[in-house]
Design a protein around this ligand. Structure first.
Ligand SMILES: [Mg+2]
Length: 302
């Protein structure tokens, strides 16, 4: 990747560079309401749709106060849903992960980009062989792990960017060559460029998929997850007839170009959590001004 995504400035610049591939900004441009935490905006919304990384957890640690805030939402009768761009864990694994962190979410309350991708993939012909980036697994598909052997890169009927954990420049180069020789559809099960971890930012499948599109712009690449509407549709489908009026749903996230952009495009309210994600330690105002992606609310913490 030409732009090493090592800090918030680099990640922000890359998101702006590929902005034309993301949904159009449909939010307002009013001054955001600035609060300390979500307890101050509890009355404004009937449903809180919470991002994972940067809102509930950083890597394998829960964000202080997040568990208590979720309990407070439940006590106030709010709908609580987790909407996370994460692809490595199956639903049962996500429930277990949040339980380990001390949260009480049920499988019904967690929507991941992985689920959204799987639902779309299930509509494709049975027997499709998916060349899959290693580091996660997906049940019910015929997966060919893309590792050092070149054969699966050539044999796959379609490509699935599932995890970035074991992906690198050498494997990306093999994939680019294989797709340039024989174009096949590509599914991206996590559109994020990076995720905040305890030790810094990890490179996520979206970063690799956008790098692929830069050099092979004619490929058929399908992103599932925020900021794309399929993720927000999946939440509305999950809530069914309990879906509140759209402006009474809050998308709570730490990333302007996924959570806030997508939430606004869906017609929802938007809340940026500033202190734990990629903007940790920085003033978010210059990033908001430069992108024009203006959350309704900025909260320091969950
Ligand atoms: Mg996040």
């Amino acid at each position: 990747m030409t732009n090493p995504l090592t800090d918030a400035h680099a990640v922000f610049a890359r998101y702006e560079e590929l902005r034309w591939r993301l949904p159009y900004w449909r939010g307002k441009a009013e001054e955001p309401l600035v609060v300390r935490d979500l307890s101050e905006v509890m009355d404004r919304y009937d449903a809180f749709v919470l991002d994972g990384f940067g809102v509930l957890n950083v890597g394998e640690a829960a964000i202080p106060g997040a568990r208590e805030r979720v309990a407070e939402m439940r006590a106030a009768g709010k709908i609580v849903i987790v909407l996370t761009n994460a692809a490595s864990l199956a639903s049962a694994g996500s429930v277990a992960k949040y339980q380990r962190l001390g949260f009480d979410f049920t499988a019904d309350e967690i929507v991941s980009s992985r689920d959204v991708a799987m639902a779309a993939m299930a509509k494709l012909p049975a027997g499709t062989r998916w060349g899959t980036t290693p580091g996660g697994s997906m049940e019910g598909i015929d997966a060919l792990p893309l590792e050092t052997d070149p054969a699966p890169y050539l044999d796959a009927d379609a490509i699935l960017y599932l995890s970035g954990a074991e992906w690198d420049e050498a494997r990306q180069a093999m994939l680019v060559g294989a797709l340039q020789a024989n174009p096949r559809p590509v599914v991206v099960a996590n559109p994020d460029l990076v995720a905040p971890r305890e030790g810094g930012l990890s490179i996520e499948p979206g970063a690799w998929a956008h790098a692929l599109m830069d050099v092979a712009p004619d490929l058929d690449v399908h992103f599932f997850g925020k900021p794309f509407d399929n993720a927000f549709q999946a939440v509305r489908a999950r809530l069914g007839n309990k879906t509140p009026p759209l402006h009474r749903i809050a998308m709570v996230g730490d990333t302007l170009h996924t959570d806030i952009l997508g939430g606004a495009a869906a017609g929802w309210g938007t809340i940026l959590i500033a202190d734990h994600g990629i903007f940790r330690g920085l003033d978010v105002a210059p990033f908001i001004a430069a992108s024009g992606i203006v959350p309704d609310v900025i909260a320091a913490t969950t």
